[in-house]
Design a protein around this ligand. Structure first.
Ligand code: SF4
Length: 454
């Protein structure tokens, strides 16, 4: 019987992408995958240290896994990702059940690590790959043709690490300085993903739009080239940084229907003073100008953002600027969090002086505002026709399919003659929560309607 592996992923799409790469590495080692940790002989936790809660969850899960090891002494437990990079040997010392600790640069070495553990070693591998070059194919040549396609969707990492040093963020320390992959290496992987069924590719980077393979080949050129790959239906990318966003990118989104009408553009805080303290390198006006331009050239574009409330010294006035930004941008989704200091960041040296109740109250206010905006946006969807990429059969209703609109809204509709991967036009007729419901639109009516909506 082939050995079974279980991987639990915490955090962002980059971690999901890394877990997919780990799956690829383990498949070549003969592993099969299970979603039941108790069946596995190898358990990997791919961790995130951006916020406290995922880190705490990892340690509490490790406590449970300790018991599995008592009943299954052959079980190998590995901790990878950002917490592993940050904590290293400390995890081995704190949790005796853990056999291997490895950072985000080391998962291609899993076979050697597993072999060492089987010989009785406990392994810590958090070395950085060579970081003296800004351009580097950090996905080894032999893996370029083996990227993971999940149904019709695939993640594709184009940069690794980050040079921005936002004061609250641990990523530059856990993922290192930014490197960009060579363009041809990325395009080769993208073409291979499409050949193997990908209809939607997500370009990933901690700061995806600072990608630069040469002075004349930046994120714009890459997006342009990926958008011309035959057979690909949709491109998404995450996360761009506002300071590296420009109107030329908005124009490209307007010109290429294949680039989804959705931009996740983290703004973190509305007050220029707080933005400066956070070292974000842009002002609120600059942010809003870029957003307004995009909304002008891509009518109906959906925006989402990340936001922190209660950063050290944040006053009520500062916070009101945040509310102002949320209203002005008209986000469709907001990922808002209360500030908590992360050890090792510059902000951790500041006094965390906004009381917990104030942070909670601000978080509740901004989320209440977002709920109002979202509800109005969803109502406005009724009667519109949306281009939908079908990504799954409806789990309960026969002949119904699920998909995502260009703006990333989930939608269900009756489509007996369509299958996963088809792009269809759907008239929105109802919604439940944030989930839309619709019916296939008659094709002859489309041209005019869609032209009017865009
Ligand atoms: S841009 Fe800032 S928040 Fe984003 S990964 Fe880099 S340092 Fe962290």
């Amino acid at each position: 019987m082939p050995p079974k592996a279980y991987i639990r992923t915490y955090g962002c799409q980059m971690n999901e992408h890394d877990s997919n790469q780990m799956r690829g590495v383990l498949i070549t080692e003969g592993y099969e995958f299970t979603d039941k940790p108790e069946e596995a002989s190898l358990i990997l936790l791919n961790t995130c240290s951006v916020r406290h809660s995922p880190e705490n969850k990892v340690y509490s899960l490790l406590g449970t896994l300790r018991d599995h090891k008592l009943t299954n002494p052959e079980l190998i437990i590995g901790v990878g990702g950002c917490v592993a990079q940050q904590e290293g040997e400390k995890i081995l010392k704190r949790e005796k059940a853990v056999d291997m600790v490895f950072g985000p640069d080391n998962f291609f070495k899993l076979p050697e690590m597993i072999a060492a553990v089987k010989k009785g070693a406990r392994v810590c591998n958090t070395e950085w790959m060579e970081r003296n070059r800004k351009i580097q194919n950090f996905v080894p040549e032999e893996w370029v043709e083996r990227g993971h396609v999940d149904g019709i969707k695939a993640y594709l990492a184009i940069t690794k690490g980050c040079n921005n040093m936002c004061t609250f963020c641990i990523v530059p320390f856990t993922r290192g300085r930014e490197v960009s992959r060579e363009a041809e290496n990325i395009l080769q992987e993208a073409r291979s993903l499409v050949r193997r069924g990908a209809k939607e590719i997500w370009l990933l980077g901690q700061n995806v739009n600072s990608y630069q393979a040469s002075p004349g080949y930046r994120f714009y050129q890459l997006l342009d080239d990926v958008s011309r790959i035959p057979g690909l239906e949709r491109i998404r990318f995450t996360s761009p940084h506002p300071k590296d966003w420009n109107n030329a990118l908005s124009d490209l989104m307007a010109e290429r229907k294949i680039i989804a009408n959705h931009l996740h553009l983290p703004f973190q805080a509305g007050s220029d003073r707080i933005l400066h303290l956070m070292r974000r390198n842009h002002t609120l006006d600059e942010y809003l100008e870029k957003v307004k331009y995009l909304q002008r050239v891509v009518p109906g574009v959906e925006l989402s953002a990340d936001l922190i409330v209660g950063y050290p010294t944040e006053t009520e006035e500062d916070f009101e600027q945040t509310l102002h930004c949320v209203k002005e941008a008209g986000f469709s989704q907001l990922f808002a969090f209360k500030y908590s200091p992360r050890p090792g960041t510059d902000a951790a040296a500041l006094e965390d002086d906004v009381p917990r109740e104030v942070k909670e109250e601000r978080l509740a206010r901004v989320m209440q505002l977002q709920r109002q905006l979202t509800e109005a946006q969803i109502q406005a969807y009724h009667g519109t026709i949306q281009e939908v990429l079908i990504d799954a059969a409806h789990p309960r209703l026969q002949h119904w399919m699920n998909g995502r609109t260009q703006g990333f809204r989930p939608i269900s509709f009756h489509a007996p003659r369509h299958e996963i991967g088809d792009v269809v036009h759907v008239r929105v007729t109802a919604h439940e929560g944030h989930w839309l419901e619709g019916e296939l639109a008659a094709s002859e009516a489309l041209t005019g309607v869609l032209a009017g909506q865009r």
